[in-house]
Design a protein around this ligand. Structure first.
Ligand code: GLU
Length: 418
């Protein structure tokens, strides 16, 4: 089976449509992105040289509203990855029941090799290059892997200059003093924990007391780690690009968040009694098969694959990342009875609070953090309920339950719009 994530998406879409006995005509539009934009971005580097970076914006589907989805800066970003990420946003927004379609952007670059001024020029060049296809009612970007509020502020500023007036609602995930929403930065990680807690509850299980291993200590993983601990879980492993920390007695969650916020790599963590550190890719691979109750892949795609799926020991997998499980591994996990809370449900907290940010921008409101978090809990709770209900009704995995939920809503939109 291919590691092309778009083929993984298509395989899962086909499986869900078959389960629902849908006619191909009801889902065929979801197989093709509505628009794919590829741009080249010539950037003057600090040393005077000129480099050209490649960028993408894929607009997958707009049946339910404007395209919505993040922008990723990563050396491995390519058209197939961005297409898959855009399609998953279509599904995610439908599961979350927010009035958006799906899109995604990417630039092929390792931003850690750029200076701040180079990063700003690259972001502004990208904003200019996609200016014609984005907009508050057409396509609303947001942060994703290696992008953040600061980058969204540059994007917004560049768009606003060309648009003639400040247009905060063109992008979400902005810094709070620049039109961002309270609670947005933590929303994805917070949502991961809500999804885990509510799903377990729906199957008569409790989150408290469970052991948790988190792959990725970025904005999603580090918040999830901290909040899992607050829920009474024990964190037995955490990783980042530098490697993985293991400790059966528990790793302090709050510390992991501090490491993420200060961009300190885990290899610098002072090891205490009973703690081990395995560097690099080897550590990250070991984390996936560690003895734990809950495994949270919160880094990149294609982590749980046909090669390592048999060695996964977790009873529950909560996908903080987009697409961390290949379609083949997904089927194997289902056969083994491992419960997997899929990306399009588990990590939807980010785009849900992005929606709240957009609503606040359009209405010129500012909600309190309590209000945002309360609304997030309600929206995610409803999404979990719909997905669990469909999984039970169709006697299927939660991934199928989530795709079925999304397809029910998307096919209704298609019927109504004709
Ligand atoms: N990049 C995030 C995701 O994959 C958030 C997207 C958004 O807020 O639009 O869901």
């Amino acid at each position: 089976m291919s590691q092309n994530p778009y083929l993984n998406y298509l395989a899962t879409l086909t499986r869900a449509a078959e389960r629902m006995q849908l006619d191909e005509s009801e889902i065929v539009r979801l197989r093709y992105p509505e628009r794919q934009v590829q741009v080249s971005l010539p950037i003057r580097m600090d040393d005077g040289s000129l480099r050209v970076f490649e960028g993408y914006r894929v607009q997958h589907n707009s049946l339910r509203g404007p395209y919505k989805g993040g922008i990723r800066f990563h050396q491995n970003a390519d058209i197939n990855e961005v297409k898959a990420l855009a399609a998953w946003m279509t599904m995610k927004c439908a599961v979350a029941n927010i009035p958006y379609g799906g899109g995604k952007g990417g630039v092929t670059v390792d931003p850690s090799t750029l200076s701040q001024t180079e990063l700003e020029r690259l972001t502004r060049a990208y904003a200019n290059a996609v200016y014609d296809v984005v907009g508050p009612f057409t396509d609303i970007p947001a942060p994703d892997v290696n992008t953040n509020g600061g980058i969204m502020a540059w994007f917004c500023d560049e768009y606003s200059k060309r648009n003639g007036h400040l247009t905060p609602e063109v992008v979400t995930g902005k810094p709070v003093p620049f039109g961002g929403s309270l609670g947005r930065e933590e929303a994805t990680g917070r949502g991961v924990v809500i999804a885990a807690k509510e799903t377990l509850k729906s199957f008569g299980e409790e989150l408290a007391g469970k052991r948790v291993a988190v792959q990725g200590n970025g904005n999603v993983g580090s918040v999830a780690t901290m909040l899992f601990e607050k829920e009474g879980c024990k964190i037995v492993a955490v990783s980042d690009v530098s490697g993985a920390l293991f400790c059966a007695q528990g790793i302090p969650g709050e510390k992991m968040r501090q490491y993420a916020l200060s961009r300190t790599l885990l290899k610098n963590y002072p090891l205490s009694e009973g703690m081990t550190f395995i560097p690099g890719a080897e550590g990250n691979a070991a984390l996936l098969t560690v003895d734990t109750d809950i495994l949270v892949p919160a880094a990149l795609e294609n982590q749980i694959t046909a090669e390592n799926v048999a060695k996964v020991q977790a009873k529950y997998i909560v996908e903080g990342a987009n697409g961390p499980t290949t379609a083949e591994a997904d089927v194997a996990l289902e056969e083994r009875g491992i419960m997997l809370i899929p990306d399009i449900l588990a990590n939807s907290g980010g785009v849900i609070v992005s929606y709240f940010e957009w609503v606040q921008n359009l209405g010129r409101y500012m909600w309190s953090e309590e209000e945002v978090n309360a609304k997030l809990a309600v929206q995610m709770g409803n999404a979990v309920a719909s997905v669990c209900a469909n999984a039970k009704k169709y006697n299927s995995s939660l991934r199928m339950g989530a795709y079925i939920t999304a397809l029910e809503r998307l096919t209704v939109a298609q019927k109504l719009r004709g």
